[in-house]
Ligand binder design. Structure first.
Ligand code: NZQ
Ligand code: ZN
Length: 391
């Protein structure tokens, strides 16, 4: 195991009705004037918008609102949010929604107390050293932004989707009520489950040896998602299954599974080019990319793929041919993704073969390789994208 530091100070309220604590938590973490940040229509339809508003009004906490965050959140709304926070003297940001709303809130939080352009953080020009405090009410089990210090924003000028991270962005509190996820359409539930799985895989596929504890945590989360996702798709109101998925989403990405080990992240970076260019749902893009990444790295480095097959998918080990065992694990993963309604090809997400060169150029920027489990060259990345084209 490698040396590490781990700081994850988020206060969680988990369970039915947990959102009723929102005003109390904002006060606990020093908020006196709030930006209430949210996405499209889902929180209005579900009644959550009114409940949050009532809680803040009853507690006498003044707030201003900024809705309209789109999936794959954009820089334009972040600039608006920064301006609003400065003008109104906001000192706390409440994000109500999914990863997109939370990531947009984190960008506003860091940008409001920075003199330059907030995109400097995402262009890696400067680290994020301070930010307004952020609290969240989560409505989808997926990105894990409720417990992470990460944020991903699309720069509308360049159409580049880039991440930034800092422990100061970790939410002060996150409210997780599994009931709030019952209104999700099946496609979003499945895409969220896929994202959770790949957050684990990016950490699981590692060359660091002797990391039994994080290996087993990863396998436990993967097996939970494989068990719970079909139960939720069959019965969207299944509280216990929703609850397990929701906590899995947090554990998958607050880095408790990633510490002390080299991590990969190639599948995510390849996917971010897809969602930047075609606005595809992040988890659906991952469903296309991740199994093909696995097939590509199998020949060069089968070790963890054999573990993935035997320990996660219960494939019996063929000692004479471990690669064949690993391949059966990948096939089981693909069959699972298909069974929950996820795409596996470029055609299914509207991606085009002609754009592969452009996506690869944007992905590499000035770098020579991508990922760590196997260091991918430009040619490797193009091959992975090309293998998604089925026509
Ligand atoms: O905007 P509304 O109307 O709320 O609709 C949303 C949106 O259309 C809908 N939705 C959310 N909760 C709902 C609901 N619909 C009905 N009932 C509910 N309870 O679902 C759609 C997707 O929402 P979004 O917030 O985009 O989903 P997700 O949480 O998957 O976030 C995706 C974003 O997070 C980034 C992705 O790249 C993508 O931009 N990621 C962020 C990470 C992080 N900060 O650590 C890590 C991830 O790897 C990921 O890259
Ligand atoms: Zn993700």
């Amino acid at each position: 195991m490698e040396n590490f530091t781990f700081y994850a100070p988020t206060y969680f309220d988990f369970g039915r009705g947990a959102e009723s604590h929102v005003a109390e938590r904002i006060r606990q973490f020093g908020g006196t004037k709030v930006l209430f940040h949210y996405g499209g229509g889902s929180i209005r339809t579900s009644g959550l918008y009114d409940r949050v508003k009532d809680c803040l009004d009853e507690a006498g906490i003044p707030f201003v609102e900024l809705g309209g965050v789109k999936p794959n959140p954009r820089s334009g709304l972040v600039y608006q949010g920064i301006e609003l926070c400065r003008k109104e003297g906001v000192d706390f940001i409440l994000a109500v929604g999914g990863g997109s709303v939370i990531d947009s809130a984190k960008a506003i939080a860091a940008g409001s107390v920075y003199e330059g352009d907030f995109l400097d953080f995402y262009r890696k020009k400067t680290p994020i050293e301070k930010a307004l405090p952020v609290g969240t009410i989560l409505t989808i089990a997926a990105a894990g932004s409720e417990g992470s210090g990460n944020t991903v924003i699309t720069d509308e000028e360049t159409q580049k989707k880039k991440g930034a991270k800092s422990d100061v962005l970790r939410p002060r509190f996150s409210i997780l009520n599994p009931e709030l996820t019952c209104t999700l359409p099946p496609y979003q539930t499945a895409a969220g489950a896929t994202d959770i799985m790949i957050h684990v895989c990016e950490r699981y596929f590692s060359n660091t040896e002797e990391v039994e504890i994080t290996d087993r945590l990863c396998e436990g989360i993967l097996r939970t998602v494989i068990y719970e996702t079909p139960r939720v798709l069959e019965n969207p109101n299944h509280y216990e299954a929703r609850a397990n998925l929701m906590w899995a989403g947090m554990l998958a990405h607050n880095n408790v599974c990633g510490v002390g080990r080299e991590q990969d992240w190639a599948s995510h970076h390849l996917e971010h080019e897809l969602s930047a260019l075609y606005d595809v749902t992040h988890g659906a893009g991952l469903a296309v990319i991740a199994p093909l990444w696995m097939r590509h790295v199998l020949k060069k480095n089968p070790r963890k793929l054999v573990d993935f097959a035997t320990r996660v998918w219960d494939v019996p080990l063929d000692e004479a041919n471990p690669e064949a065992t690993a391949l059966r694990g990948i096939e089981a993963f693909e069959a699972f993704l298909k069974s929950i309604g996820m795409p596996l090809s470029f055609e299914e997400i509207g991606a085009r073969k002609e754009d592969i060169g452009q996506m690869t150029d944007k992905l590499f920027g000035g770098r020579d390789t991508e990922g760590n489990y196997v260091k991918l060259t430009r040619e490797d990345v193009m091959e992975i994208y090309e293998s998604a084209v089925r026509e």
